[in-house]
Design a protein around this ligand. Structure first.
Ligand code: ACO
Length: 402
């Protein structure tokens, strides 16, 4: 039998906290989160305030550089992002090789990883100019990489970035414009997109951010670390939940809108079904991001006169679950992924791109954490311990005697 006391003698005291439920992996100056009270602040600024008064690029600047930018600073930053938004032509060969039905998250992580073959200069952090250029390159190119993955999947020609457009306008243009007809960028969509990206921009030590810090702790370069973070985000229990949530809501609509049936199914432990977009490791009261997105959803749909049955079903599902003992007892609330899909659908973004949208939003947070970790005076390589539960020492029996 497994004898933990003998191990303690050999290894000293090792705490076991599966899923790191209560273990802090670092100190951080970036994001404050109070799960009981539903508070989220980037660098001290409440998420509600940032969502109301800033655009995504300003928030990215805040997360990465620690302060809100002045007019001159943001202009420089925006110009730099415009300058770096084009992809190296040789990277297009990658897209020729990917199957047309490849998941865009797979393309995103591969191409971001491949950026380190084109830009090899970020080895140490000694030259601030190199650090800035590398960060700006990645921020600028991610929307281009993402839009190309969409164009590949629909078989349309790639649309190059346009330096006269803002970050979000440019993304919409690269996603939706086709050579045969003019594309008009809708300011309501730009506003909604800015807001969605802002609320996704950081969330302290979540799975993908911890991955970026963990990989970067070995001094792996920024592109490699972010590529790993993208893979972590892809899973349905993390960023992939927005895709899974829309699939679930569509299923309920197709099924006649019987939300009670799905709430009951989520309570039933004999199956693996969970309400996607519900529950959170840290928020045990409400997710402030879900509130902001729900309000934005209502505003956008009303303004555009869109009647989306999926939004009605989402609201009914939330109401039913929130008054159910099972969800009350476990403190399960709609999370950031619950309503975001409704906005993405209204903008015209296909479901398989939803987690990619999350990645574009989360990128400044990942970068800020990567930098903070690399610059920390007490930085160590991340190397968790374990409690070994395998066999005690035993002798190898020669193969002919096994
Ligand atoms: N539907 C039904 N039951 C749920 C749900 C759900 N969505 N979420 C949690 N529960 C139940 C669990 O079955 C468990 O019940 P039990 O105590 O009777 O066994 C209890 O609530 C606690 O759940 P855990 O899985 O232990 O909570 P944890 O903090 O580990 O997980 C998570 C959080 C992964 C977000 C979980 O709530 C979940 O799977 N939600 C659905 C997926 C989702 O929306 N993920 C996105 C998260 S936000 C983000 O990453 C951006």
């Amino acid at each position: 039998a497994f004898d933990i006391s003998s191990l303690r003698k050999e290894t000293g005291l090792v705490t076991l906290d599966e899923g790191f439920v209560n273990t802090g992996s670092t100190t951080s100056d970036i994001t404050f989160l109070d799960g009981e009270q539903g508070i989220l602040r980037y660098r001290g600024y409440p998420i509600e305030d940032l969502a109301a008064k800033c655009d995504f690029v300003e928030v990215a600047y805040l997360l990465i550089y620690g302060e809100l930018p002045t007019n001159a600073q943001i202009e420089d930053f925006r110009n730099s992002l415009r300058r770096h938004s084009l992809l190296h032509e040789d990277l297009r060969i990658f897209y020729d090789g990917f199957p047309r039905d490849a998941h865009p998250m797979a393309i995103l992580s591969s191409v971001v990883g491949a950026l380190s073959t084109f830009y090899q200069d970020l080895v140490s952090l000694t030259d601030p100019q190199v650090v800035d250029t590398t960060i700006h390159r990645l921020l600028a190119k991610l929307p281009t990489i993402a839009a190309y993955s969409h164009k590949k999947s629909v078989g349309q020609p790639f649309v190059y970035p346009d330096n006269s457009l803002s970050y979000c306008e440019n993304f919409l243009q690269m996603m939706f414009s086709v050579p045969s007809e003019p594309y008009e960028i809708d300011p309501d969509f730009v506003e909604a997109l800015n807001l969605l990206l802002i609320v996704h921009a950081d969330h302290e030590q979540n799975c993908s951010t911890s991955t970026v810090r963990m990989v970067g702790s070995s001094d792996a370069n920024l592109f490699a670390s972010i590529s790993a973070g993208i893979c972590a985000l892809w899973g349905p229990l993390h960023g992939g939940a927005n895709e899974a949530c829309v699939a679930m809501l569509e299923r309920i609509v197709r099924d006649g809108g019987d939300v009670k049936k799905y709430v009951d199914m989520a309570k039933d432990k004999s199956n693996n079904f969970r309400l996607m977009g519900f529950g959170h490791r840290v928020y045990k009261n409400f997710d402030p991001r879900a509130r902001i997105i729900k309000a934005s959803c209502e505003k956008l749909l009303a303004k555009r006169g869109i009647d989306d049955p999926m939004f009605d079903v989402a609201k009914q599902l939330a109401d039913t679950a929130l008054s159910d003992e099972y969800f009350i007892e476990r403190k399960l609330y709609p999370n950031v992924d619950f309503y975001s899909g409704v906005i993405y659908r209204a903008i015209g973004i296909p479901v398989e791109m939803f987690t990619v949208m999350f990645a574009i939003g989360r990128l400044p947070g990942w970068i800020a954490h990567w930098l903070e970790m690399r610059r920390s005076p007490g930085k160590k390589i991340c190397r968790p311990r374990q409690i070994y539960t395998g066999p005690q020492e035993r002798a190898v029996v020669p193969i002919e005697q096994r």
